[in-house]
Design a protein around this ligand. Structure first.
Ligand SMILES: [Zn+2]
Ligand SMILES: [Zn+2]
Length: 362
């Protein structure tokens, strides 16, 4: 077969498409035309369904933002040629959820002409989140508030990670309840700096949510009643607020209890597994309410550095920090704990009186 030259790039090919080689054709015919403005992603803050055009859709997994973004972009971006798949290749959804906008990288599988084999193209798409109640949730909202669950944490504000964990947990509880109790849908959810408020028309649902959160997060519950007038049938009504207070510390935090420093390795079934310093031994304690009050956080797990164990030569451990500077440090340990092994990734805290090595939280 004769070879021809592509007039655009000059390469020798067998066939031209629209006067150029396949590669040049692809380059000049992208699979998608990106909009000038950010693509709006509209989500119902209560049930997590999302709006495309005039129709509301339920995500397969409630609260799965990546699915919502993928579906919305698939349906609202203007495609060219034959596109068979669009996926989110990379996105920092934590940040996007925080500031309600951001950039996602998408991968599109398709072809500009029917003769071509399928290939992938990647694009950065700017998106903007908007929260809007869906019609189903507006219906529920018109109901009367009878109970409120306030989720708070002792002596500090929630991290973004914790907020999404609480949201996921509450959504899961509500989904379970919903099959037998249709009032298991919040009238309103407000996320504030100090915590999350869920408003319900059912006191039973609110109570179940509060009790389940208490169990899962080792929280305390404070119950308050407020007069809410008289019902249609002349009965006296009262509103209940369940204040669910989570303990100040989390797995991975460095705490002080009775003037001694510990690392919170695990929290499970009211048991705390603590690593004590400087002898590096584990200690299990049963977490009671009064004990929780005695615990104070010295350093949050966000302040933890990561390191690689380079060598273990008792009584010394050599580590290389992985936080960007890759410096090596030698730490004297009277007894080398089992979790410190050559080649393992560990955490460390830098304090006034030295460096404390810790196993990574599970
Ligand atoms: Zn060419
Ligand atoms: Zn909704």
């Amino acid at each position: 077969m004769g070879r021809i030259f592509c007039p655009v790039c000059g390469s020798s090919v067998e066939k031209l498409y629209g006067g150029m080689c396949e590669e040049c054709y692809r380059k000049t015919h992208p699979l998608v035309i990106l909009p000038k403005k950010a693509v709006k992603i509209i989500i119902c803050p209560v049930c997590g369904s999302y709006l495309i055009g005039r129709k509301w859709y339920n995500p397969k997994i409630q609260g799965d933002i990546s699915e919502v973004v993928q579906k919305t972009l698939s349906k609202s971006l203007k495609m060219k040629g034959e596109v068979k798949d669009l996926e989110v290749a990379n996105a920092n959804f934590d940040e996007i959820l925080g500031i309600k906008r951001g950039m996602v990288r998408i991968r599109i599988r398709g072809k500009a002409l029917p003769d071509f084999p399928f290939y992938d193209e990647e694009y950065n798409v700017s998106i903007k989140l908007e929260f809007k109640l869906c019609p189903k949730c507006i219906d529920i909202k018109s109901k009367r508030e009878m109970a409120r669950v306030q989720v708070r944490v002792r002596n500090r504000t929630f991290t973004r990670e914790e907020v999404s964990k609480i949201e996921r947990t509450v959504n899961k509880i509500l989904q379970e309840l919903y099959s037998s109790d249709k009032s298991a849908v919040p009238i309103e959810v407000t996320i504030k700096d100090e915590g999350i408020d869920y408003i319900f028309s059912s006191q039973k649902v609110a109570r179940t949510v509060a009790l389940r959160l208490k169990k899962i997060f080792k929280a305390e519950i404070l119950e308050t009643f407020k007069n809410a007038g008289i019902s249609d049938k002349g009965k006296r009504l009262s509103k209940i607020t369940y204040r669910v207070q989570l303990p100040e510390f989390r797995e991975g935090d460095l705490i002080v209890l009775n003037n001694k420093r510990y690392y919170v390795y695990k929290i499970a079934n009211r048991q705390l597994k603590l690593l004590s310093f400087p002898n590096y031994s584990f200690k299990n304690i049963f977490l009671t309410k009064s004990l929780a009050n005695l615990i104070h956080v010295v350093m949050r797990r966000e302040a933890m550095g990561y390191a690689l164990v380079v060598s273990v030569t008792p009584p010394y451990v050599q580590i290389m920090t992985l936080d960007g500077e890759y410096s090596t440090k030698e730490i004297w340990l009277p007894k080398i704990p089992k979790w410190i092994e050559q080649g393992k990734k560990i955490g460390y805290f830098t304090l006034d009186d030295g460096i404390f090595l810790v196993p990574l939280p599970t």
